[in-house]
Design a protein around this ligand. Structure first.
Ligand SMILES: NC(=O)c1ccc[n+]([C@@H]2O[C@H](COP(=O)([O-])OP(=O)(O)OC[C@H]3O[C@@H](n4cnc5c(N)ncnc54)[C@H](OP(=O)(O)O)[C@@H]3O)[C@@H](O)[C@H]2O)c1
Length: 335
């Protein structure tokens, strides 16, 4: 039986560690569709799970990688056939079901997104879960009333994957985007992907947040949680929308009800893992077409599969800029 390479996470006693192994298709978790991987990515969640942090991985051993793009090899699901161009991400992929850090994945047909003919596997993974989540957050905010005329939109964790793609899409849609970052040296990068203004996190006094501050932001995409999210809530304009996406700084939120009851602020939760397939497919099609974040896509870092383990720690230290694509089984760039 054909063997292939995978990066699998194991638990030995209480220690969690990951390593490259050879596997066969029969050893992968079950599914109706076998997909040959071309590219995967690194997300913050992948960086947490490879050594067992944050209780992200729920089963051991599991192949990591919450994203992949490639072509269907075989399928017993009539919706897919050999050669179909697809994306698989979210659900249990890479956390409780063997994931995208593998030359093949085997998944339920219900998890498989049909890739637009306008989007290569490489382009899909320049976005990955982070880019998809940015699109989901913006869709949710617009659904709840945000328009470019509402006022400025602030994005935290701006140099990260979700932040960068959110800035690019929002700017493309005509929003005045303010990037909130901890990295002064990345100001030019943030402006180059669409930020109209850059605010340094160090310039905020997060120790004294009043229940209501100056009404400034019409929208906010938050990747950090904690004090930054509390500060955003206090600074929202009347009817403002806040998408809570991440926890890169803190899982806690200490705030008051004042922004909600006096300014009608809407705090919107974003969970890309469970996004229903019709909306998932619609957002991927938009990302391939009218929302295509070309500025971020042109600035990704691409790494070889063999180098994957050396790249996780930079994510945990908040040192990464934009998106990182992993070349897994790509024999032909552009498919
Ligand atoms: N809800 C969902 O479905 C969903 C989906 C995807 C991701 N997420 C979450 O969203 C967050 C962002 O994901 P990502 O893929 O964009 O991560 P990423 O690429 O690692 O970027 C995170 C960014 O946040 C900032 N940051 C990191 N650590 C920090 C810290 N300790 N304190 C303050 N700022 C810090 C940094 O940006 P600056 O230096 O520019 O501030 C960093 O580049 C993560 O928490 C992730 O788990 C949630």
């Amino acid at each position: 039986m054909q063997k292939f390479k995978a990066y699998r996470t194991f638990q030995d006693d209480k220690d969690v560690s990951s390593r490259f192994v050879e596997m066969t298709l029969d050893e992968l978790d079950p599914g109706d569709v076998v997909v040959k991987t071309k590219y995967s990515t690194i997300n913050y969640k992948d960086a947490l799970s490879y050594k067992g942090a944050g209780k992200i991985m729920r089963k051991y051993p599991t192949v990591g990688g919450i994203d992949m793009a490639g072509t269907v090899d075989t399928s017993s699901d009539p919706r897919f056939k050999h050669g179909d161009k697809v994306i698989v991400h979210a659900y249990d992929l890479g956390v409780a079901h063997d994931g995208g850090y593998s030359e093949y994945v085997r998944v339920p047909g219900d998890w498989v997104v049909k890739r637009s003919p306008n989007m290569t596997a490489f382009e899909a993974m320049t976005l990955g879960t982070a880019g998809f989540t940015a699109a989901q957050a913006i869709e949710l905010m617009q659904h709840n009333g945000l328009t470019p005329r509402s006022g400025p939109v602030i994005v935290s964790g701006a140099t990260g994957g979700v932040g960068s793609v959110a800035i690019d899409i929002l700017a493309k849609l005509g929003y005045h985007v303010v990037a909130l970052t901890g990295k002064e040296k990345e100001s030019d990068y943030l402006r180059s992907i669409g930020a109209a203004e850059v605010v340094l996190r160090q310039s905020l006094d997060l120790t004294k947040i009043r229940p209501l501050e100056k009404a400034t932001w019409a929208g906010a995409v938050d990747n950090l949680g904690g004090d930054v999210l509390a500060w955003m809530l206090a600074n929202m304009k009347q009817g403002g929308t806040v998408a809570s996406v991440g926890l890169a700084a803190d899982t806690r939120l200490t705030t008051t009800v004042m922004p909600f009851i006096l300014r009608g602020v809407q705090l919107l939760g974003v969970n890309s893992s469970e996004c229903p397939m019709p909306l998932r497919q619609k957002l991927w099609d938009r990302l391939a077409n009218e929302w295509r974040p070309t500025r971020v896509q042109s600035k990704v870092v691409t790494i070889d599969f063999a180098d994957l383990p050396t790249h996780f720690d930079a994510f945990l230290k908040g040192m990464v800029r934009g998106r990182t694509v992993v070349r897994v089984g790509a024999d032909t760039v552009g498919l």
